[in-house]
Design a protein around this ligand. Structure first.
Ligand code: SOE
Length: 448
């Protein structure tokens, strides 16, 4: 065992943060155990289980370890790191995961992130990461303007790619990314994590089984309030050149994705986009952090994206769509509400109560009809994903959606099979986004 691994062993805090390299670990397990026994006092000995040695042994027997390089380390970087750390501890993955390299521009920031989030090494050069022959998977969590360049380079280097949403700034970029990934025959996935909320995945199952009959309506609202203050600075998420669009690509993209997942493909849209605050203080220090906060200076700059984006539309299967995304709904922090109405019943979902799905079944006897409340925590395959976690009623949260995403992605990489949502989905999503923009601009209906 080298010094690095010993340091990681000592840094293991019981939260799965230990960074033992799985591919080498099998032959070193005994070394590691005796190292821990000899070097660490009684208190820590009792925590030796945090190494989860038996669990990792399963992967070693499978013989595969996938080494991950992650670009970007702020909000999504943190959420994805947690997922990479946890996935193998809860799901029977077909390969081990090594959190190899985390990458970001600020040397100090990325070193701190590596230590805090559990990465083996830190880098400030994403090109080195995507070219590193030891890396199998590139996970992209950077601001939107760099997704395409990084993903295309990663594909050319034969890396499997997980990329944050929106996939890119434009349809053209998405097409290039998809083409590069297809050409390289790598597994590609865009991180629309809300698909893997157990209640949403269960809704999908119910719809496929025909519980709602023919779908008439898809209504979705994604509401936040973090930029209502006119003094909130001009962060990168409010600059078209970096983010592509505002509320639209950031959160409308999520409910568009859920519409495509649950109901089908959009055929035409009619949109309305609006910017309430046209100028904002330019950020002190010009920051490009998570784009969710910062300090404004005295100089003002133009907001070049939408604050709210709404549209109605039609799906190819005849269902009607009604979507609204806003960052101007005071009191709404990360509020996603969905209702789907069909010929046999309806489903209703509220992210703030994300372990529940409400189902109205029109076939219930008339005297006891009403929305029933399904607590989506039943194990044994009854409800998706939850069996890997806790006993019934022990509820899940936001971070679990990323763990599910990573778990499915890793297994797809091992199987060499596509995993939804792919870059193709990212591209189709972008087509809807652009159609809504074109419609808002022209004040006309636009075909997708
Ligand atoms: C900010 O609006 C944000 O972090 C989005 O970028 C995420 O995709 C969303 O899930 C939560 O809000």
């Amino acid at each position: 065992m080298d010094l690095h691994e010993r340091r990681n062993a000592l840094h293991c805090d019981g939260s799965g943060r230990c960074r033992l390299r799985l591919g080498e670990a099998r032959s070193r397990e005994r070394d590691l155990e005796s190292f821990i026994d000899s070097k660490i006092g009684g208190h820590y000995k009792s925590r030796r289980s945090c190494f989860n040695l038996n669990f990792t042994k399963h992967f070693h027997d499978m013989g595969t370890t996938l080494r991950v390089g992650m670009i970007g380390y702020r909000f999504m970087g943190k959420a994805h790191s947690n997922a990479w750390r946890q996935a193998s501890h809860f799901f029977p993955l077909k390969a081990g995961i090594e959190m190899s390299t985390i990458c970001g521009r600020d040397p100090q920031g990325v070193e701190t992130a590596a230590a805090q989030l559990g990465w083996k090494s830190a880098s400030t050069d994403w090109r080195k990461v995507v070219e590193d022959p030891n890396i199998d998977i590139v996970d992209i969590n950077t601001p939107n303007d760099s997704h395409a360049e990084i993903a295309i380079a990663a594909a050319r280097n034969g890396k499997h790619i997980l990329c944050e949403k929106p996939l890119a700034l434009t349809v053209a970029q998405c097409e290039q990314m998809l083409a590069a990934a297809k050409k390289a025959k790598v597994v590609h996935m865009v991180c629309h994590n809300y698909r893997r909320i157990p209640a949403i995945a269960h809704a999908k199952r119910m719809i496929e089984e025909g519980a709602l009959g023919a779908i008439y309506h898809y209504y979705a609202r994604y509401a936040q309030d973090w930029i209502v203050d006119p003094n909130f600075p001009l962060v990168w998420r409010l600059q078209k050149g970096v983010s592509g669009s505002g509320t639209h690509g950031d959160i409308n993209a999520h409910i568009i994705d859920l519409g495509r997942y649950l109901v089908g493909e959009f055929s035409e849209v009619c949109g309305l986009m609006h910017t309430f605050i046209k100028e904002r203080p330019i950020e002190d220090g010009g920051g490009k952090g998570d784009g969710l906060g910062g300090k404004g200076g005295r100089k003002m700059g133009k907001v070049t994206v939408d604050d709210a984006a709404m549209f109605i539309g039609r799906f190819k299967n005849g269902a009607l769509a009604n979507l609204e995304a806003t960052r101007f709904a005071l009191g709404r922090k990360n509020h996603i509400t969905i209702e789907i109405n069909g010929s046999k019943g309806s489903l209703s979902f509220d992210f703030e109560d994300m372990n529940r799905l409400k189902f109205f079944n029109n076939e219930d006897p008339g005297d006891r009809q009403g929305f029933r409340d399904i607590l989506v925590t039943q194990p044994g395959g009854a409800h998706p994903y939850v069996g890997a976690w806790w006993p019934p009623g022990h509820i899940l949260g936001y971070e679990h959606t990323f763990v599910h995403t990573v778990a499915d992605f890793v297994n797809a990489v091992v199987d060499g099979k596509p995993v939804q949502p792919t870059f193709e989905d990212g591209l189709r999503n972008e087509r809807v986004l652009e159609a809504v923009e074109a419609s808002a601009k022209s004040r006309q209906w636009v075909k997708v």
